[in-house]
Design a protein around this ligand. Structure first.
Ligand code: NAD
Length: 484
């Protein structure tokens, strides 16, 4: 019996207007139908925005303790449900159970962090010659639309919903159509924690239909989006100028290995950054720049270690890399492996797993790929692949490392492996990336540190995550002059 899931609008679980649905399937075995979800459209969005608009002023008027309390309770519930939700995450997105548990368990910490921010929604006071006292007050923005990708369906959403609600806003949430169940689970946790029913609306559906409807809907005061640059650009172009917008987008992240680095450490750092989460992380390593004396050895070692990675269903014991999340991802990764070969690169791995293995025959499995000896203008160097494919190139100096690491339209994360402090300091100051990691992979960030990129990786609105800066996006500042 196929499970039929619902939208949550105006405090009611309900189908999409007109009843259309779409399928959610398991990427490790596409025969496994997880359920049917509402294929929503503009009518659903209009109802969602109207109900959230009616609910947020009362929420904003609550004491900050009440808002914090709901988020603290949501954190507790998330901790209790984390293992169950993690198993569903593996079934829906494909990542290994370990990776899924890490993501699910982190949500509790995320909610706790933002519960604290509700209590720290501070303003400032200013000495003044025109009034007895001048002060600034942070007030909610109103209706915040949240549009998220599938690769971290829980954490990308929690780091938007948490601060939005903490600041007193209401939320219209559209999860990715690839991971609708995770969106639903997050909303259930918040409602069970005591969130007022109309304050949040869950509108499931396709980006081109319901996502676009959100950008065209009057009454959305702010929109926060994480996803691809192509879609982010489209969203920014179609929004009214009155809508505040935050866009976190793609990356073409590099790890730089300087001549003093240990090969073991370099291999471990690259492997984790490039192949963790099946290479489907916005901060994933897709380029490696290595000091020329280490090039041949590093390529050989990476080829060997990538070939030893156990690929399979995320639920299976010992599996280190799950499937790609969708058939489109699978086709894209295989196409880029073909492009690398056509460009004359040396490619080891990247092939589909043998379809003769019954455990793998119906999933989107590929082997991780290591690509070397590419020409300078290779597409693999420039375009975001979003899969387990890493390209390696030799460098002759730190200058060249900085120039090539920055030679991309993106600027999300970059990492450097070396013990040479002057090189670290220069690299960190000069590189055009929002996140610089030293002696660690490009992936893996602290949830309480500012997150965001430069250039096409971000629209440079207020940063996500971190401390008080988070609230810059989710609140408006009003300046008040007090006279006697
Ligand atoms: P995507 O851009 O295809 O979709 C993201 C979301 O936007 C989905 O919910 C989708 O339904 C919606 N959408 C699609 N078209 C829309 C439209 N016209 N109007 C409004 N909404 C629309 O991205 P994806 O494939 O889900 O995720 C992968 C991308 O996300 C990669 O580029 C990756 O780098 C990026 N990403 C970035 C970060 C970050 O924090 N910078 C984090 C994770 C993923």
């Amino acid at each position: 019996m196929t499970e039929r899931h619902l939208n949550y609008i105006a405090g009611e679980w309900q189908p999409a207007f007109g009843g259309a649905t779409f399928e959610d399937r398991n990427p490790a075995d596409e025969r496994d139908l997880i359920g049917l979800f509402p294929d929503s459209a503009a009518t659903d969005v209009a109802a969602a925005v109207a109900s959230v608009a009616s609910a947020w002023p009362a929420w904003a008027a609550q004491s900050p303790e009440v808002r914090a309390d709901v988020l603290f309770k949501a954190a507790d519930l998330m901790s209790l449900r984390a293992d169950t939700i993690a198993a569903e995450l593996t079934r829906e997105e494909g990542k290994t159970l370990n990776e899924a548990r890490n993501e699910a368990r982190r949500i509790a910490a995320n909610f706790r962090l933002y519960a604290g921010e509700a209590l720290r929604l501070n303003g400032e006071t200013y000495p003044s010659e025109v009034a007895q006292l001048v002060l600034s007050l942070r007030q909610p923005v109103g209706v915040v639309a949240v549009i998220t990708p599938w690769n971290f369906p829980l954490s990308m959403a929690a780091r938007k919903l948490g601060p939005a609600l903490a600041a007193g806003n209401g939320v219209v949430f559209k999860p990715s159509e690839i991971t609708p169940l995770m969106g639903q689970r997050l909303v259930e946790v918040l409602l069970d924690a005591g969130l007022p029913p109309k304050l949040v609306a869950l509108v499931q559906g396709k980006g081109a239909k319901v996502g676009q409807a959100i950008t065209a809907q009057a009454g959305v005061d702010a929109l926060t989006f994480t996803g691809s640059y192509a879609v982010g650009k489209q969203i920014a172009a179609s929004l009214s100028t009155d809508t505040r917008v935050q866009l976190e987008m793609g990356g073409k992240n590099a790890t730089v290995i300087l001549a003093d680095a240990s090969i073991d450490k370099a291999v471990a750092t690259i492997e984790r950054g490039a192949f963790g989460l099946t290479g489907q992380a916005c901060t994933g390593t897709s380029r490696v720049l290595v000091a020329r004396p280490l090039y041949a050895e590093l390529v050989a070692r990476l080829e060997k270690s990538a070939a030893a990675i156990k690929v399979g269903p995320g639920t299976s014991e010992g599996v280190q890399m799950g499937p790609l999340a969708t058939r489109a991802q699978y086709d894209k990764v295989r196409a880029y492996v073909g492009i690398a070969r056509d460009e004359g690169g040396r490619v080891v791995g990247g092939d589909a797993l043998p379809e003769t293995d019954p455990a793998l025959a119906h999933g989107y499995f590929v082997r991780p790929a290591v690509v070397s000896d590419l020409p300078e203008n290779s597409r693999l160097w420039r375009e975001e692949i979003f899969g387990p494919v890493v390209a390696i190139r030799p460098i002759d100096s730190l200058d060249e490392a900085i120039r090539l690491a920055d030679d991309t339209e993106y600027g999300l994360a970059v990492s450097l492996v070396t013990g040479d402090l002057p090189s670290v300091l220069r690299f960190a100051r000069e590189t055009q990336h929002g996140i610089v990691k030293v002696n660690s992979p490009t992936t893996g960030v602290s949830l309480n540190a500012p997150f965001g990129g430069l250039k096409h990786s971000s629209n440079q609105a207020a940063k996500e995550q971190g401390g008080a800066n988070v609230m810059d996006f989710y609140s408006r500042i009003k300046t008040i002059y007090l006279g006697a």
